[in-house]
Design a binder for this molecule. Structure first.
Ligand code: FAD
Ligand code: NAD
Length: 464
């Protein structure tokens, strides 16, 4: 049994863990990272990156397919496209591999030692790693738990055969004839839309009365309309009950009516849960916050010198939250004074159209006791949106009525994901409506919608 000691041990090389280790290395901290699979975690290997690659391929295919059907208004016609999904998946694999080696290279350059294998805690400062070359013991002064999350499995619809999670959905070699999706949240709608565009019949079963229940209804309406236009069938207020004898999905509607749905694949996307099993959490006895590890504003757990970051610590389970926590914890271990003081963690749902949220929604701002001004600028009045044939959606700004401090910015529209950076920047800089209206936005861009929404908040939009 080999033993090594270090100042910082990071368990899990997802976006949280690898960011923490790289930053620690840059700060001259002697760091070790343990990863059982490939560097990059869920995000890089089976999450953010592969899903966005597939969404892009589906968009390209859909565009050409519309032209082939004579549905293009641009005067472009073409023959029927064909999609070789195995080639698409190989292309996606290439991107993942490139990023895998990128992360490994960055860890190496920061002089972080990587141990490949499954870590199990002996106590709060020691782990045993089952590596290919035998058991490696790692002792550290500081430990960061960054084990991430795994898909929730429905007990009456376990994964296996036609019942798949996002991981298998991102590795299919053929477009399923009929895809049933359980859960109209982030993954269900991102991937459901992509498969519809690649030619599948798609039926989404959602337990709540509407899609994307995490977001307010105003934001999700353009997405619901687009799903209808694309021909995605949505059953809301419906629960799945299991599989019938012939493999069909058993569904109970809100009115108690039972139906069956034959499907080639059943993609279950009903949420993710923290990865807290199999690595000895019981042997370190940390305080929990429900199913997540409880942390404070420095990502400290209830045990001295043990930190936790990323999905294992709770919502929102987003890669950029994990990375920001990882960077902060490395600074703290290096002796710097840091605590979590972010105004917002932006979120982007890569549906069609995309949804971006940063800061408070109108309801959240009112619930927080603010007297607010909410102003909304529709893309119907935005030149850029018209020139890319997508005038659905809007940008919405929520500001305090008294001093115009911006509390939240949201947008829905094709391509608005890229606006998330200006939304977050405005919030983090504590911008007022006047700061946004005093900033020139290039023309013609979707970003002009932010300027116009802020102008509207001050009572004088120019283009609406
Ligand atoms: P993870 O990325 O889950 O990494 C944890 C790592 O720890 C894994 O590599 C695992 O193998 C390793 N590990 C666990 N236990 C051990 C152990 N005992 N020993 C050794 N190694 C261990 N988020 C976004 O912000 N934007 C998106 O567009 C987005 N799209 C997504 C799409 C899909 C399909 C999915 C599933 C998720 C998506 N997410 C997205 C969420 C994002 O992937 C997660 O929030 C993010 O990966 C969390 O990072 P993490 O570092 O906490 O954990
Ligand atoms: P989710 O929480 O976004 O959505 C789950 C949906 O399933 C909800 O609408 C819920 O009402 C529904 N549901 C739950 N139980 C059900 C049942 N029995 N029958 C029918 N519907 C049911 O979860 P997800 O889509 O699995 O994504 C997991 C997490 O991954 C997200 O919360 C997010 O943090 C992360 N993610 C982020 C992005 C992004 O940032 N673009 C993309 C994908 C995933």
């Amino acid at each position: 049994m080999k033993e090594i000691s270090c100042k910082l041990l990071v368990v899990g090389a997802g976006p949280g863990g690898y960011t923490c280790a790289i930053r620690a290395g840059q700060l001259g901290i002697d760091a070790v990272i343990v990863e059982a699979r490939r560097p990059g975690g869920t995000c890089l290997n089976i999450g953010c990156i592969p899903s966005k690659a597939l969404i892009h391929a589906a968009d390209e295919f859909h565009k050409v397919a519309r032209m082939a059907k004579g549905e293009s208004r641009l005067g472009i016609s073409t023959g029927s496209p064909r999609l070789d999904l195995s080639q698409t998946i190989a292309w996606k694999g290439g991107i993942v591999e490139r990023l895998n080696s990128g992360v490994s290279g960055l860890l190496k350059r920061a002089k972080v030692k990587t141990v490949e294998g499954w870590a199990r805690f002996r106590d709060g400062k020691t782990v045993e790693v089952e590596t290919e070359l035998g058991v490696q013991v790692v002792r550290a002064e500081h430990v960061v738990i960054a084990t991430g999350s795994v898909p929730v499995e429905l007990p009456f619809l376990p994964f296996g055969g036609p019942v798949i999670s996002s991981t298998e959905a991102l590795d299919l070699n053929e477009v399923p004839g009929h895809l049933a999706v359980v859960g109209a949240g982030y993954i269900g709608l991102e991937l459901g839309t992509a498969f519809r565009k690649m030619g599948s019949r798609v039926t989404v079963v959602e337990a709540q009365p509407r899609i994307l229940p995490l977001y307010d209804a105003e934001l999700t309406k353009p997405v619901a309309k687009r799903l209808r236009d694309l021909g995605v069938e949505i059953l809301t207020g419906a629960r799945v009950k299991g599989l019938g004898q012939d493999g069909e999905l058993l569904i109970e509607g809100g009115n108690g009516k039972k139906t069956t749905l034959p499907a080639d694949k059943i993609l279950v996307t009903v949420g993710r849960r923290p990865a807290t099993e199999g690595w000895g959490l019981d042997s370190i006895d940390l305080e929990m916050d429900g199913q997540f590890i409880r942390i404070d504003d420095r990502c400290r757990t209830s045990m001295r010198g043990v930190y936790a970051i990323g999905d294992v610590t709770g919502e929102p389970m987003l890669a950029h939250r994990a990375m920001a926590q990882g960077e902060m914890v490395a600074d703290i271990v290096a002796g710097r004074k840091r605590s979590w003081d972010k105004v917002s963690i932006p979120a982007v749902c890569f549906t069609d159209p995309e949804i971006v949220t940063a800061g408070l929604s109108p309801n959240e701002a009112e619930r927080a006791g603010y007297d607010v001004r909410t102003s909304l600028f529709p893309f119907q009045a935005n030149g850029r949106a018209l020139t890319v044939e997508r005038d659905d959606g809007f940008i919405r700004v929520i500001a305090r009525a008294d001093n115009h401090l911006i509390l939240g910015i949201q947008g829905v529209g094709a391509g608005v994901a890229e606006l998330s950076s200006s939304f977050s920047l405005a919030l983090e800089m504590r911008a007022r409506l006047e700061d946004v209206t005093g900033t020139i936005q290039a023309h013609p861009t979707l970003g002009e919608g932010l300027l116009e929404a802020a102008l509207k908040g001050l009572g004088h939009a120019i283009h609406h």
